[in-house]
Design a protein around this ligand. Structure first.
Ligand code: HEC
Length: 176
């Protein structure tokens, strides 16, 4: 009888003990968890930079995609742009700036078009890589651009429209 009582008490002590231990573990785990969350944030950040990396490696590959499509395909894709942009020589500005000869020229450089501050200050040339990056998601590439266009998700569409723009110019960029 005594043994039974002792073992019940023991059992109770053990249960309480486990509870306390669990509390301690939980308490210890909490900061560990938030440390883990910080690590997650870091991971997200590095994923983003990895994505940027993949964007730039993707844009590095944009020229490799040229052979898989054509300016003719690009003319079709350009219909998505035509509501806001002219592409013909002397086509003039619409909602967006005239795009004749855009490849190779400096971003935001049409004198009689009123660019956003972000575009006017961007200062880079429209290389194939820049154009590809911009067209993936304009508002991500140039924060503050007023081009309200979601972007062209498909690399082939970007390659096609870039080829098309590169034909509508006096000085096409070399394709390699
Ligand atoms: C809803 C209207 C709209 C559509 C659709 C649109 N754009 Fe634009 N685009 C603009 C505006 C507005 C600007 C000026 C952006 C600024 O000043 O920030 C611009 C700027 C640009 C520029 C920079 C030109 C320069 O002179 O530096 C390029 C390149 C461009 N667009 C290409 C395209 C292409 C290619 C498409 C289609 C895939 C497209 N846009 C679709 C409105 C549009």
């Amino acid at each position: 009888m005594n043994k039974i009582i002792v073992s019940i008490i023991f059992a109770i002590i053990i249960v309480i003990g486990i509870d306390k231990v669990a509390d301690v573990i939980f308490y210890v785990e909490k900061p560990e968890k938030s440390a883990y969350q910080v690590a997650t944030v870091t991971t997200v950040a590095s994923t983003t930079s990895a994505e940027t990396g993949s964007v730039s490696s993707e844009s590095g590959n944009i020229m490799a995609l040229f052979s898989s499509t054509s300016a003719t395909e690009g003319a079709k894709v350009f219909k998505k742009c035509a509501a806001c942009h002219s592409i013909a020589e002397n086509g003039g500005n619409k909602i967006g700036p005239a795009l004749w000869g855009v490849l190779g020229r400096s971003a935001g450089s049409i004198p009689d078009y009123k660019y956003s501050k972000a575009m006017a200050a961007y200062g880079k040339n429209w290389s194939f890589e820049e154009m590809n990056g911009f067209l993936i998601k304009p508002k991500d590439w140039i924060k503050g651009t007023k081009m309200s266009f979601a972007g062209l998700k498909k690399p082939k569409e970007r390659a096609a429209v870039i080829l098309y723009m590169n034909e509508n110019t006096n000085s096409p960029l070399p394709l390699q």
